[in-house]
Design a protein around this ligand. Sequence first.
Ligand code: SF4
Length: 360
Amino acid sequence: MSFGVYFHIPYCFSRCRYCDFYAAGAARAVPDAYVDALLRALAGFAAALPGPPDTVYLGGGTPSLLTPAQAARLISAAAPRPGAEVTLEANPETVTLERLQGYRAAGVNRLSIGVQSARDSQLRALGRPHTARQAAAAFEMARQAGFDNVSGDIMLALPRYSREEFDETLALIQEGGAAHISAYLLKIEPGSAFGRQPPAGLPDADQAAGFYLYAVERLAAAGYRQYEISSFARPGREGRHNRIYWDCGDYLGLGPAAHSCLGGKRFYYPADTAAFVAGTARPAPDGGCGAEDYLILQLRLASGLDLAEYRRRGGPDFTPRQRAFLAHCQQAGYLTLTPQRLTLTPLGMIVQNAILEELI
Ligand code: SF4
C-alpha cells in the first residue's frame, strides 16, 4: 500500500469568494518560521511512518508562494522514494519561469495549476487574482521548465455559466498541454463570501448536473478519461497522491487543518496557524478508517467498489431492501452492480450522496 505526505501551505494572495478552505490570511510569501514548523512536525512523526513516501503533495492555500529553497527543504526532509510523485499546486499569479525551474530542481515533478475559468470577467467575479492570459502563460512556463505532468483545475456551473465557457476553459488547459484535469462543480460553502451573499445567475441543481455531464463527455472526447468524480487524465497520468486517500491508505498531513490517517487511525491538526508555528498545536484523534469509509471513498472512483474487499474490511452484505434499491438505480442508469463490483456512472456520481444514504 502506498504512503503519502501532505504539506499544507495556508497562505494566499487574497481570499477567493467561493473558498472556505483554511487559510491564514493575505500573504505574498510563506514565513520561514512556518516551514520550520512543518519540518519539526514531520520529524516528530519519523518513528511512526511506514517508510519513505510514494507521493509528496504541497497543497493549500497557495503553495506556489513558497520559494524554491523552501520547497526544497520540505521535499528533502520528506525524503520521497525514487520515482515518487511530487506535486505542487500553483496559482497563475505567482508563477515565473525562474520559480518553476527552481521547483523542478527542488524535486517537484507534477504541477497542478488553478485555472478555474478562461473568462476574465468570471475570474474577477470569483475573486481570483489572475487572468486567463496568466493561466495560459503558466502552462507555457511549466513546459519551458521541463514539467511534462501538469494538471489544470476547472470550476463548473459558475454564475451565468454556459457550455461555451467550459469549452473555452478546456481549450486553454488542453492547449497548455495538461495531462490531467480536475473539474469541480461550484459548491456554495456557508463560510465563504458567496455563502454570505450568493452571486446572481447561479445554475439550479438540474442545470449544474447538465454542465457536469457535458464536461464528462467533452473531456472524454478530448482524451481525458474519468477515473474519479472530479478527476480526468490521459492514460497513465492519474494522480497518485489522492488515490491514497480514496484507497484508505496511509497519509500524513502536516499544517493547520491538515488530516492524516496512519495505521487506520485518523487525526488532524486544529485550524490555527499561530499555534502550529508556536509548536503548541496537537493533532486531535478523528476515529478510525472502517468499511463504511472504504465504501464512500471507492464509490468516488470510476473503477467502483470491489465487493470482496469491502466485505474483507468488515462491510455487511447489502440487505434485500438495499439490493432492490440498487437494482432500481441500475435500471435508471445510475450504477452498475455485478457480483464483483458496484460502480457509479457519471449520472450516479451526481446523486452519490442520495445513493450513499441508502447504503449506509
Ligand atoms: S481557492 Fe485557493 S487560492 Fe483561492 S483563497 Fe481558497 S485556497 Fe486560496
